[in-house]
Design a protein around this ligand. Structure first.
Ligand SMILES: Nc1ncnc2c1ncn2[C@@H]1O[C@H](COP(=O)(O)OP(=O)(O)O)[C@@H](O)[C@H]1O
Ligand SMILES: [Mg+2]
Length: 377
């Protein structure tokens, strides 16, 4: 695993710290009910100043992981290191971790300005007011400063909560779905500003999200999680182009990857999969001839072939959408139950009923074990 980002200097505040999780595990045990392993032995190493997205479906253990790092939830086993220090014995207030959690309520009697300045004053930060003004301007919420939380919309409250986490300039910052309540245009603006502030101040950051576009646009690297396990940790490109297993392949990518069965056959100098009467060459080498495997092919990785081509898959167009920069076609392919989605270059204009052919670069034809879902490389 490569470390994509190295330490960078900060404008002010404490230097960013690396964050390491070693075999971190959480079993919720409630009396009278069965215990539940929400987080299963997670290993993660985040470089100082790096921003990672923790991406996964609801219930996979994202919030539990953040709460353990923040010290808000006990750890069943494993270790959390901030810098060189194991923080397991430290209470939340001593961990030097900034949190933006939904459950972290604002103080109702205080104005937004007072809510933001509260933690700074407690820490006797000299320029508390100037910092409040600056962050409010950056997050486009100056007009909220004199209001009280009760009068704010959920999106505005979320912006205040985000500002409160950012303003302390903590060396480690944990944000749980920080943009979930914002409307589409505010979300884009705040997302951009969050990334800029993160770069400026160099917080080592984990952003939890179930929105892959948010993960792709924010993160240096992303950790894709399912069922309490990190399924893959890598740059967005690595995760998209080289998925570790079927879950990652299907969870990441919009529109979703095509997934269909094929038989492993020999090709010129390598392996291919036979699908109906078509053939796709693959860069995978570990597949056994004759086995049935699952084939993952992203719509974005398909290449339109001419009528005279011999390789690739052939089929009939069911539907074609011209999206200006590219087209998107559903194609009924012999031997595949569901239609496959094919992305076409702008000059292609298909109609329903057209007979078409398409292929893909062998390194973009991903194979998965049909039982375990593990990638066959
Ligand atoms: N306090 C708790 N007691 C028992 N089970 C819990 C508790 N908190 C969360 N869980 C369960 O642990 C799993 C992971 O929850 P959570 O970390 O909140 O997931 P996510 O944030 O990814 O949606 C879920 O199945 C959830 O029901
Ligand atoms: Mg959650």
């Amino acid at each position: 695993m490569s470390t994509a980002v190295t330490s960078r200097a900060t404008g002010s505040g404490v230097a960013p710290q690396r964050l390491v999780l070693n075999k971190l595990r959480k079993i919720y045990a409630s009396r009278g009910r069965e215990s539940f392993e929400a987080v299963k032995s997670i290993d993660l190493e985040i470089a100082p100043g790096e921003l990672i997205a923790l991406l996964g479906p609801s219930g996979c253990g994202k919030t539990t992981t953040l709460r353990m790092i923040a010290g808000l939830e006990t750890v069943t086993s494993g270790e959390i290191l901030i810098g060189e220090r194991s923080v397991g014995d430290l209470p939340p207030g001593k961990r030097n971790v900034g949190v933006g959690f939904e459950s972290y309520a604002l103080y109702p009697p205080l104005t937004v300005r007072e809510n933001l300045a509260y933690g700074l004053r407690a820490r006797k930060v000299a320029d508390a007011d100037a910092r409040v003004d600056e962050i409010a301007k950056r997050l486009d919420m100056t007009e909220l400063l004199d209001q009280r939380p009760a009068g704010l919309s959920s999106g505005q409250k979320q912006r205040v909560a985000l500002a409160r986490a950012l303003i302390r300039k903590p060396p480690v910052l944990l944000l749980d779905e920080p943009l979930g309540h914002l409307d589409a245009s505010a979300r884009q603006r705040v997302r951009r500003e969050l990334k800029l502030l993160q770069r400026e101040f160099g917080y080592t950051t984990i952003v939890v999200t179930h929105d892959q576009l948010e993960a792709l646009s924010l993160a240096d690297r992303m950790a894709v999680m399912d069922a309490g396990v990190i399924q893959q940790f890598g740059t967005p490109d690595e995760v998209f182009d080289d998925p570790a297993n079927r879950f990652v392949a299907e969870f990441v990518g919009e529109p979703a990857i095509n997934m269909f069965a094929g038989e492993v056959v020999r090709a010129d100098g390598g392996l291919a999969v036979r699908v109906g009467d078509g053939v796709l060459e693959t860069a995978a080498v570990d597949a056994r001839l004759g086995d049935t495997v699952m084939v993952g092919l992203r719509p974005q990785d398909t290449q339109v072939l001419g009528d005279d081509a011999t390789g690739g898959l052939g089929g009939a167009v069911i539907n074609f959408e011209d999206l200006l920069e590219f087209g998107q076609a559903s194609v009924r392919v012999r031997g595949v139950e569901q239609p496959l989605l094919v992305q076409t270059p702008p000059e292609v204009d298909w109609r329903p009923g057209d007979t078409v052919r398409f292929g893909a670069r062998p390194d973009r034809v991903h194979l998965f074990d049909s039982r375990s879902g593990e990638r066959i490389r």
